[in-house]
Design a protein around this ligand. Structure first.
Ligand code: FES
Length: 106
């Protein structure tokens, strides 16, 4: 069973189980991970599921599609490894993925 580690802006770390086909956002919501609002429910329309992907993992993700890249233009404090967690689908290859949540989603 794949695992995802979430690191809060304050440095608190939680590692939770997920499953192939889930997203990083849905896993966070299911486990009450703070710092991910996901106002649009995963439709790539709100950008309140912004995360920073650990640099060691960033290149293993499928590249962001145009809609995601466009939405990322609206996030505060965008960084080179910024992604929308609703658009990161879990695969076996992503077992151990590490993401960090931003200070704010607004
Ligand atoms: S949940 Fe709205 S863009 Fe990801």
């Amino acid at each position: 069973m794949p695992k995802i580690t979430y690191i809060s802006n304050a440095g608190e770390t939680r590692t939770v189980d997920t499953s192939v086909g889930m997203t990083v956002m849905r896993t966070a919501i299911a486990n009450a991970i703070p710092g991910i609002d996901a106002d649009c429910g995963g439709s790539c329309a709100c950008a309140t599921c912004h995360v920073y992907v650990d640099p060691a993992w960033f290149d293993q993700l499928k590249p962001a599609e145009t809609a995601e890249s466009d939405m990322l233009d609206f996030v505060i404090d965008r960084e080179p490894t910024s992604r929308l967690s609703c658009q990161i689908e879990i695969t076996d290859a992503l077992d151990g993925l590490v993401v960090r949540t931003p200070a704010t989603q607004h």
